[in-house]
Design a protein around this ligand. Structure first.
Ligand code: COA
Ligand code: MG
Length: 309
């Protein structure tokens, strides 16, 4: 039976910034940025001839205290190259040694791609708290997303989050990259659905045109409406828009508080459905309201630099 899902620490992941691991200027900028999470990238943003150097500068960044000095609560993820590539094995060892919050596996096609990394981590006695994130960015990855997400179904499973690789999906499928993503959307929704089936988080893909703020705002709004938890980003100028779009809107928070207050009234005790300002409100709405209030509290804590999970 798989009705109850494992409980995971829930963290705000509104804005998740990629940073090419060998880019020292970008690394130096990081302490001043307000992103919820950072993905140090060893994969596609690093040229083959620069891979070894990027890995070394990442090792140094984690070893010399700079990573530890980042704002409290900023989640740290390392994206490795695929284990099947010439760099994947070394990357995994280096990433594990850095003790990040999570390792992001690129181009996950099937559950075996997760299992292979899990096995390799077990052999190095990796801490139980180390999570795995999976890029869903290939046709097979989308088609198998339900089976892949199922790797996160058990207590203690490392798999924690799906990350959409929209540019790879466009490259692999030939789908048109149009504003509003009309033809891509059904695959994005499949990624969200698979993640939710097993309690994982899901992050939307990047918006590459980082000078186009209106376009980014529109795409963040769409991603939020699709159910994503946050957006992956490529440039610091994109953080504020993502934090806004994937944060909790004050009017929705007030509405959630009104629902909780209404169900707490003595006359509504034990009732499954009530009427609130002309709307039917059920206990499932109470659950949604409570979840939103919890999320707002976690975001407030994150914005104050607090560690509260
Ligand atoms: N993280 C942290 N800092 C970043 C950054 C990032 N992703 N992107 C840019 N910056 C910094 C720059 O270092 C620069 O800082 P400086 O003024 O101290 O030198 C500042 O922000 C302004 O950058 P800007 O000049 O506007 O951009 P750029 O030309 O240096 O870089 C990109 C543009 C797209 C190459 C760069 O943003 C980038 O590499 N993004 C991430 C790409 C990536 O990881 N892709 C893989 C996943 S799709
Ligand atoms: Mg990719």
């Amino acid at each position: 039976m798989e009705h109850s899902l494992p409980s995971r620490p829930v963290r705000p992941r509104r804005s998740v910034l990629y940073l090419p691991a060998g880019n020292e200027r970008a690394l130096a900028k990081l302490p001043d940025l307000g992103c919820d999470s950072v993905i140090f990238d060893l994969e596609d943003s690093v040229a083959p001839e620069a891979k070894a150097e990027a890995r070394e500068s990442l090792r140094t960044f984690f070893a010399d205290g700079r990573a530890g000095a980042l704002p409290a609560g900023m989640e740290k993820i390392i994206r490795i190259n695929a284990l099947s590539s010439p760099w994947g094995g070394e990357d995994l060892l280096a990433a594990r040694g850095c003790r990040p919050d999570a390792i992001l596996i690129p181009k996950v096609d099937a559950p075996d791609d997760i299992a292979a990394v899990e096995d390799a981590l077990e052999q190095t006695d990796a801490p139980a708290a180390l999570r795995l994130w999976a890029m869903i960015e290939t046709p097979r990855g989308v088609m198998n997303s339900g089976q892949i997400a199922r790797m996160g179904r058990t207590d203690g499973a490392r798999l924690d989050c799906f990350v959409t690789g929209a540019n790879d999906l466009i490259k692999e499928t030939g789908v048109a990259a149009l504003p509003g993503r009309p033809f891509l959307s059904s695959w994005l929704m499949q990624i969200v659905l698979a993640a939710r089936a097993y309690g994982l988080d899901a992050l939307d893909g990047v918006y590459s045109d980082f000078k186009d703020e209106a376009g980014l705002v529109a795409e963040c709004r769409d991603g939020h409406a699709m159910g994503f938890d946050g957006k992956t980003l490529i440039h610091p100028s994109q953080i504020a828009a993502a934090n806004r779009a994937f944060g909790v809107d004050p009017s929705r928070l007030a509405d959630a508080q009104a629902i909780v207050a209404a169900f707490a009234l003595p006359e509504n005790a034990g009732r499954g459905v009530i009427s609130l300002e002309g709307r039917m409100v059920e206990r499932l709405h109470l659950e949604m309201a409570q979840r939103l209030i919890d999320k707002a509290a976690r975001i407030a804590a994150r914005d104050q630099g607090d560690h509260t999970p």
